[in-house]
Design a protein around this ligand. Structure first.
Ligand code: NAD
Length: 334
Protein backbone atom coordinates (compact mmCIF):
# COMPACT_ATOMS: atom_id res chain seq x y z
CA UNK A 1 0.00 0.00 0.00
CA UNK A 2 1.49 3.33 -1.06
CA UNK A 3 0.54 6.48 0.81
CA UNK A 4 1.84 10.00 0.26
CA UNK A 5 3.62 11.60 3.20
CA UNK A 6 3.84 15.38 3.52
CA UNK A 7 6.01 15.85 6.59
CA UNK A 8 5.50 19.64 6.55
CA UNK A 9 7.31 22.23 8.66
CA UNK A 10 8.25 22.78 12.30
CA UNK A 11 7.09 19.83 14.39
CA UNK A 12 5.53 18.23 11.27
CA UNK A 13 8.44 15.83 10.60
CA UNK A 14 8.51 14.85 14.30
CA UNK A 15 4.80 14.02 14.63
CA UNK A 16 4.53 12.32 11.25
CA UNK A 17 7.60 10.15 12.02
CA UNK A 18 5.95 9.10 15.30
CA UNK A 19 2.78 8.26 13.37
CA UNK A 20 4.69 6.16 10.84
CA UNK A 21 6.27 4.24 13.72
CA UNK A 22 2.95 3.54 15.42
CA UNK A 23 1.33 2.44 12.15
CA UNK A 24 4.29 0.14 11.43
CA UNK A 25 3.89 -1.33 14.92
CA UNK A 26 0.30 -2.36 14.08
CA UNK A 27 1.73 -4.56 11.33
CA UNK A 28 0.12 -2.57 8.49
CA UNK A 29 2.80 -2.21 5.82
CA UNK A 30 2.86 1.14 4.12
CA UNK A 31 5.28 2.35 1.50
CA UNK A 32 5.45 6.09 2.23
CA UNK A 33 5.99 8.38 -0.76
CA UNK A 34 7.59 11.64 0.41
CA UNK A 35 6.14 14.82 -1.04
CA UNK A 36 7.19 18.39 -0.26
CA UNK A 37 4.91 21.22 0.90
CA UNK A 38 5.23 24.22 3.16
CA UNK A 39 7.91 26.77 3.95
CA UNK A 40 10.63 24.17 3.47
CA UNK A 41 9.35 23.41 0.01
CA UNK A 42 9.10 27.12 -0.85
CA UNK A 43 12.73 27.62 0.15
CA UNK A 44 13.98 24.49 -1.61
CA UNK A 45 11.82 24.37 -4.75
CA UNK A 46 10.48 27.93 -4.94
CA UNK A 47 6.93 26.66 -4.43
CA UNK A 48 5.09 25.95 -1.16
CA UNK A 49 2.89 23.44 -2.92
CA UNK A 50 4.65 22.01 -6.00
CA UNK A 51 2.50 20.50 -8.72
CA UNK A 52 4.46 17.26 -8.18
CA UNK A 53 2.96 16.97 -4.70
CA UNK A 54 -0.56 17.40 -6.04
CA UNK A 55 0.20 14.84 -8.76
CA UNK A 56 1.45 12.31 -6.19
CA UNK A 57 -1.76 12.66 -4.20
CA UNK A 58 -3.77 12.33 -7.42
CA UNK A 59 -1.81 9.15 -8.18
CA UNK A 60 -1.95 7.49 -4.74
CA UNK A 61 -5.21 9.09 -3.55
CA UNK A 62 -4.41 9.19 0.15
CA UNK A 63 -1.94 11.29 2.14
CA UNK A 64 -0.78 11.84 5.70
CA UNK A 65 0.17 15.46 6.25
CA UNK A 66 2.07 17.33 8.92
CA UNK A 67 1.36 21.01 9.56
CA UNK A 68 2.82 23.55 7.15
CA UNK A 69 3.95 27.04 8.11
CA UNK A 70 2.14 29.84 6.32
CA UNK A 71 4.00 33.14 6.71
CA UNK A 72 1.46 35.92 7.27
CA UNK A 73 1.33 38.82 4.82
CA UNK A 74 4.00 37.59 2.38
CA UNK A 75 1.67 36.90 -0.52
CA UNK A 76 1.85 33.23 0.46
CA UNK A 77 -1.53 31.63 -0.10
CA UNK A 78 -2.54 29.04 2.50
CA UNK A 79 -1.28 25.65 1.40
CA UNK A 80 -4.19 24.00 3.11
CA UNK A 81 -6.77 26.08 1.29
CA UNK A 82 -5.01 25.38 -2.03
CA UNK A 83 -4.82 21.64 -1.31
CA UNK A 84 -8.51 21.50 -0.46
CA UNK A 85 -9.54 23.46 -3.51
CA UNK A 86 -7.19 21.76 -6.02
CA UNK A 87 -8.18 18.26 -4.91
CA UNK A 88 -11.83 19.09 -4.25
CA UNK A 89 -11.50 17.95 -0.62
CA UNK A 90 -14.95 19.21 0.17
CA UNK A 91 -15.36 17.82 3.68
CA UNK A 92 -13.30 18.45 6.76
CA UNK A 93 -14.09 15.92 9.45
CA UNK A 94 -13.02 16.23 13.08
CA UNK A 95 -14.11 13.65 15.61
CA UNK A 96 -14.05 15.17 19.09
CA UNK A 97 -14.18 12.81 22.06
CA UNK A 98 -13.38 13.16 25.73
CA UNK A 99 -10.18 11.38 26.68
CA UNK A 100 -8.92 10.10 30.02
CA UNK A 101 -6.34 12.03 32.06
CA UNK A 102 -7.10 15.39 30.41
CA UNK A 103 -8.79 17.82 32.77
CA UNK A 104 -11.63 19.48 30.91
CA UNK A 105 -14.88 21.09 32.06
CA UNK A 106 -17.00 18.31 30.52
CA UNK A 107 -16.89 14.54 30.31
CA UNK A 108 -18.42 12.28 27.70
CA UNK A 109 -18.18 14.73 24.84
CA UNK A 110 -18.54 12.69 21.68
CA UNK A 111 -19.28 14.64 18.55
CA UNK A 112 -18.10 15.05 14.96
CA UNK A 113 -17.68 18.40 13.24
CA UNK A 114 -18.23 18.28 9.48
CA UNK A 115 -17.15 21.45 7.74
CA UNK A 116 -17.71 22.48 4.11
CA UNK A 117 -14.20 23.03 2.87
CA UNK A 118 -14.31 24.68 -0.54
CA UNK A 119 -16.61 27.70 -0.42
CA UNK A 120 -18.01 30.32 1.93
CA UNK A 121 -15.71 33.21 2.80
CA UNK A 122 -12.70 30.96 2.14
CA UNK A 123 -13.46 30.91 -1.57
CA UNK A 124 -10.70 33.54 -1.68
CA UNK A 125 -12.74 36.09 -3.62
CA UNK A 126 -11.67 39.40 -2.14
CA UNK A 127 -11.19 42.74 -3.80
CA UNK A 128 -10.62 46.37 -3.00
CA UNK A 129 -13.61 48.48 -3.97
CA UNK A 130 -11.79 51.76 -3.28
CA UNK A 131 -8.79 52.31 -0.97
CA UNK A 132 -9.91 51.53 2.56
CA UNK A 133 -12.87 49.41 1.48
CA UNK A 134 -12.51 45.67 0.89
CA UNK A 135 -15.19 43.20 -0.11
CA UNK A 136 -15.01 39.43 0.51
CA UNK A 137 -17.52 37.27 -1.28
CA UNK A 138 -19.23 34.48 0.64
CA UNK A 139 -20.05 31.86 -1.93
CA UNK A 140 -22.70 29.21 -1.27
CA UNK A 141 -23.78 26.89 -4.06
CA UNK A 142 -26.59 24.36 -4.02
CA UNK A 143 -24.19 21.65 -5.24
CA UNK A 144 -21.67 22.11 -2.43
CA UNK A 145 -24.34 22.65 0.24
CA UNK A 146 -26.22 19.45 -0.64
CA UNK A 147 -22.98 17.51 -0.95
CA UNK A 148 -21.70 18.40 2.52
CA UNK A 149 -25.03 17.86 4.29
CA UNK A 150 -25.44 14.49 2.56
CA UNK A 151 -21.90 13.63 3.59
CA UNK A 152 -22.78 14.42 7.23
CA UNK A 153 -25.88 12.23 7.10
CA UNK A 154 -23.99 9.37 5.47
CA UNK A 155 -21.34 9.63 8.18
CA UNK A 156 -24.07 9.60 10.82
CA UNK A 157 -25.59 6.52 9.23
CA UNK A 158 -22.24 4.73 8.90
CA UNK A 159 -21.31 5.30 12.54
CA UNK A 160 -24.76 4.83 14.04
CA UNK A 161 -25.08 8.43 15.14
CA UNK A 162 -28.45 9.70 16.36
CA UNK A 163 -28.61 13.34 15.21
CA UNK A 164 -27.29 15.84 12.68
CA UNK A 165 -27.31 19.55 13.60
CA UNK A 166 -27.11 22.07 10.77
CA UNK A 167 -25.51 25.31 12.01
CA UNK A 168 -26.30 28.55 10.17
CA UNK A 169 -27.02 32.26 10.34
CA UNK A 170 -29.90 32.29 7.90
CA UNK A 171 -31.80 34.98 9.79
CA UNK A 172 -29.06 37.50 8.86
CA UNK A 173 -27.51 36.07 5.69
CA UNK A 174 -30.88 35.34 4.22
CA UNK A 175 -29.83 34.48 0.71
CA UNK A 176 -26.61 32.54 1.23
CA UNK A 177 -27.43 30.68 4.44
CA UNK A 178 -31.07 30.63 3.37
CA UNK A 179 -30.07 28.49 0.40
CA UNK A 180 -27.80 26.32 2.57
CA UNK A 181 -30.62 25.78 5.08
CA UNK A 182 -33.09 24.90 2.36
CA UNK A 183 -30.62 22.33 0.96
CA UNK A 184 -30.04 20.91 4.47
CA UNK A 185 -33.79 20.45 5.00
CA UNK A 186 -34.17 18.73 1.64
CA UNK A 187 -31.30 16.32 2.31
CA UNK A 188 -32.54 15.66 5.86
CA UNK A 189 -35.85 14.50 4.36
CA UNK A 190 -33.98 11.56 2.83
CA UNK A 191 -32.88 10.41 6.31
CA UNK A 192 -36.03 10.17 8.45
CA UNK A 193 -34.27 7.65 10.71
CA UNK A 194 -31.68 10.24 11.85
CA UNK A 195 -32.82 13.24 13.91
CA UNK A 196 -32.23 16.61 12.32
CA UNK A 197 -32.05 20.01 13.96
CA UNK A 198 -31.20 23.42 12.54
CA UNK A 199 -29.68 26.02 14.84
CA UNK A 200 -28.17 29.49 14.58
CA UNK A 201 -24.41 29.25 14.97
CA UNK A 202 -24.36 31.64 17.95
CA UNK A 203 -26.77 29.38 19.87
CA UNK A 204 -24.56 26.42 18.99
CA UNK A 205 -21.51 28.22 20.43
CA UNK A 206 -23.32 28.90 23.69
CA UNK A 207 -24.56 25.34 24.01
CA UNK A 208 -21.22 23.81 23.11
CA UNK A 209 -19.65 25.46 26.13
CA UNK A 210 -22.59 24.74 28.47
CA UNK A 211 -24.00 21.40 27.30
CA UNK A 212 -21.77 19.82 24.63
CA UNK A 213 -23.28 16.37 25.23
CA UNK A 214 -26.36 17.58 23.38
CA UNK A 215 -24.44 17.41 20.11
CA UNK A 216 -23.66 14.47 17.88
CA UNK A 217 -22.83 15.34 14.24
CA UNK A 218 -22.60 19.05 13.37
CA UNK A 219 -22.44 20.31 9.81
CA UNK A 220 -21.79 23.85 8.63
CA UNK A 221 -20.11 26.15 6.12
CA UNK A 222 -16.41 26.86 5.96
CA UNK A 223 -15.69 29.78 8.32
CA UNK A 224 -18.13 28.64 11.00
CA UNK A 225 -16.59 25.19 10.74
CA UNK A 226 -13.06 26.49 11.11
CA UNK A 227 -13.94 28.27 14.34
CA UNK A 228 -16.20 25.56 15.77
CA UNK A 229 -13.63 22.82 15.08
CA UNK A 230 -11.05 24.52 17.27
CA UNK A 231 -13.62 25.37 19.92
CA UNK A 232 -14.58 21.69 20.06
CA UNK A 233 -10.94 20.62 20.21
CA UNK A 234 -10.64 22.87 23.27
CA UNK A 235 -13.53 21.01 24.90
CA UNK A 236 -11.59 17.76 24.98
CA UNK A 237 -8.01 18.81 25.69
CA UNK A 238 -6.84 20.98 22.83
CA UNK A 239 -5.16 20.83 19.48
CA UNK A 240 -2.54 18.29 20.52
CA UNK A 241 -5.05 15.45 20.74
CA UNK A 242 -7.70 16.00 18.06
CA UNK A 243 -7.35 14.31 14.68
CA UNK A 244 -8.66 15.52 11.36
CA UNK A 245 -9.32 14.52 7.78
CA UNK A 246 -9.98 16.40 4.58
CA UNK A 247 -11.98 14.24 2.24
CA UNK A 248 -13.31 14.42 -1.28
CA UNK A 249 -14.89 11.91 -3.59
CA UNK A 250 -11.45 10.87 -4.93
CA UNK A 251 -8.76 11.96 -2.51
CA UNK A 252 -8.22 12.09 1.22
CA UNK A 253 -5.66 13.88 3.38
CA UNK A 254 -5.33 13.11 7.07
CA UNK A 255 -3.73 15.65 9.38
CA UNK A 256 -3.63 16.97 12.91
CA UNK A 257 -5.52 20.14 13.72
CA UNK A 258 -2.56 22.00 15.22
CA UNK A 259 0.03 24.12 13.42
CA UNK A 260 3.78 23.72 12.98
CA UNK A 261 4.53 25.00 16.54
CA UNK A 262 7.79 26.80 15.65
CA UNK A 263 8.39 27.51 19.37
CA UNK A 264 9.04 23.83 20.13
CA UNK A 265 10.12 22.56 16.70
CA UNK A 266 13.24 20.38 16.59
CA UNK A 267 13.28 19.90 20.37
CA UNK A 268 11.56 16.51 20.48
CA UNK A 269 8.81 17.96 22.67
CA UNK A 270 5.85 17.76 20.28
CA UNK A 271 2.80 15.77 21.26
CA UNK A 272 2.19 13.39 18.33
CA UNK A 273 -1.25 12.15 19.49
CA UNK A 274 -3.30 14.29 17.10
CA UNK A 275 -1.21 13.12 14.14
CA UNK A 276 -1.22 9.50 15.32
CA UNK A 277 -5.02 9.57 15.64
CA UNK A 278 -5.22 11.14 12.17
CA UNK A 279 -3.14 8.16 11.05
CA UNK A 280 -5.75 5.90 12.65
CA UNK A 281 -8.45 7.67 10.63
CA UNK A 282 -6.32 7.06 7.54
CA UNK A 283 -6.12 3.35 8.34
CA UNK A 284 -9.88 3.22 8.75
CA UNK A 285 -10.28 5.01 5.40
CA UNK A 286 -8.18 2.37 3.64
CA UNK A 287 -10.17 -0.44 5.24
CA UNK A 288 -7.86 -1.32 8.12
CA UNK A 289 -10.45 -0.80 10.83
CA UNK A 290 -8.86 -3.25 13.20
CA UNK A 291 -5.49 -1.48 13.19
CA UNK A 292 -7.23 1.89 13.53
CA UNK A 293 -9.20 0.72 16.56
CA UNK A 294 -6.04 -0.68 18.14
CA UNK A 295 -4.28 2.67 17.80
CA UNK A 296 -7.24 4.51 19.34
CA UNK A 297 -7.25 2.00 22.19
CA UNK A 298 -3.50 2.43 22.72
CA UNK A 299 -3.82 6.24 22.83
CA UNK A 300 -6.62 6.05 25.39
CA UNK A 301 -4.69 3.57 27.54
CA UNK A 302 -1.52 5.67 27.32
CA UNK A 303 -3.42 8.70 28.59
CA UNK A 304 -5.08 6.63 31.30
CA UNK A 305 -1.69 5.32 32.48
CA UNK A 306 -0.30 8.87 32.38
CA UNK A 307 3.31 7.74 31.89
CA UNK A 308 5.64 9.25 29.29
CA UNK A 309 3.22 12.07 28.41
CA UNK A 310 4.46 15.28 26.79
CA UNK A 311 4.50 18.61 28.64
CA UNK A 312 1.34 19.95 27.02
CA UNK A 313 -0.43 16.96 28.58
CA UNK A 314 1.01 17.71 32.00
CA UNK A 315 3.77 15.10 31.78
CA UNK A 316 7.55 15.42 31.76
CA UNK A 317 8.12 13.19 28.73
CA UNK A 318 8.70 13.95 25.08
CA UNK A 319 7.77 12.76 21.59
CA UNK A 320 9.93 9.66 22.00
CA UNK A 321 8.52 8.57 25.37
CA UNK A 322 4.89 9.05 24.40
CA UNK A 323 5.35 7.24 21.09
CA UNK A 324 6.96 4.31 22.91
CA UNK A 325 4.13 4.32 25.46
CA UNK A 326 1.49 4.20 22.70
CA UNK A 327 3.30 1.35 20.94
CA UNK A 328 3.54 -0.55 24.22
CA UNK A 329 -0.24 -0.23 24.70
CA UNK A 330 -1.12 -1.53 21.24
CA UNK A 331 -3.26 -4.65 21.63
CA UNK A 332 -2.14 -7.58 19.48
CA UNK A 333 -3.86 -7.78 16.11
CA UNK A 334 -6.71 -10.14 15.36
P1 NAD B 1 0.36 26.13 16.51
O1 NAD B 1 -0.73 25.13 16.61
O2 NAD B 1 1.52 25.76 15.68
O3 NAD B 1 0.90 26.47 17.98
C1 NAD B 1 0.10 27.03 19.02
C2 NAD B 1 0.66 26.61 20.38
O4 NAD B 1 0.37 25.23 20.61
C3 NAD B 1 2.19 26.71 20.49
O5 NAD B 1 2.53 27.10 21.79
C4 NAD B 1 2.68 25.31 20.22
O6 NAD B 1 3.90 25.01 20.85
C5 NAD B 1 1.55 24.48 20.79
N1 NAD B 1 1.40 23.20 20.06
C6 NAD B 1 0.82 23.03 18.85
N2 NAD B 1 0.86 21.75 18.49
C7 NAD B 1 1.47 21.10 19.49
C8 NAD B 1 1.82 19.73 19.70
N3 NAD B 1 1.52 18.79 18.79
N4 NAD B 1 2.47 19.40 20.83
C9 NAD B 1 2.75 20.32 21.76
N5 NAD B 1 2.44 21.63 21.63
C10 NAD B 1 1.82 22.01 20.50
O7 NAD B 1 -0.32 27.48 16.00
P2 NAD B 1 0.36 28.81 15.46
O8 NAD B 1 1.53 29.16 16.30
O9 NAD B 1 -0.76 29.77 15.34
O10 NAD B 1 0.84 28.47 14.00
C11 NAD B 1 2.18 28.18 13.64
C12 NAD B 1 2.27 27.94 12.16
O11 NAD B 1 1.48 26.78 11.81
C13 NAD B 1 1.70 29.09 11.32
O12 NAD B 1 2.57 29.31 10.23
C14 NAD B 1 0.37 28.57 10.80
O13 NAD B 1 0.05 29.10 9.55
C15 NAD B 1 0.66 27.09 10.70
N6 NAD B 1 -0.56 26.23 10.77
C16 NAD B 1 -0.60 25.17 9.96
C17 NAD B 1 -1.69 24.31 10.03
C18 NAD B 1 -1.71 23.14 9.09
O14 NAD B 1 -0.84 23.01 8.26
N7 NAD B 1 -2.68 22.28 9.20
C19 NAD B 1 -2.70 24.53 10.95
C20 NAD B 1 -2.60 25.62 11.81
C21 NAD B 1 -1.51 26.48 11.72
Amino acid sequence: MQIVLIAGDGIGPEVTAATQEVIAATGVKIDWIDAPAGLHSAEQFGDPLPERTLDLIRQYRVALKGPCTTPVGKGFRSINVKLRQSLELFASVRPVQSLPHLKTPFEQVNLIVVRENTEGLYAGLEHQVVPGVIESLRVITRTAAERIVRYAFELARQYGRRMVTFCHKADVMRLSDGLFLQCAREVADDYPFIDFEEKPIDNVCLELVTDPKHYDVLVMENLFGDVISDLCAGLVGGLGVVPGANLGSKYAIFEAVHGSAPDIAGKGLANPIACIRSGAMLLEHIGRRDAAARIEHAVVETLRAGVGLTRDLGGDGNTRTITDAIISHLPTGS
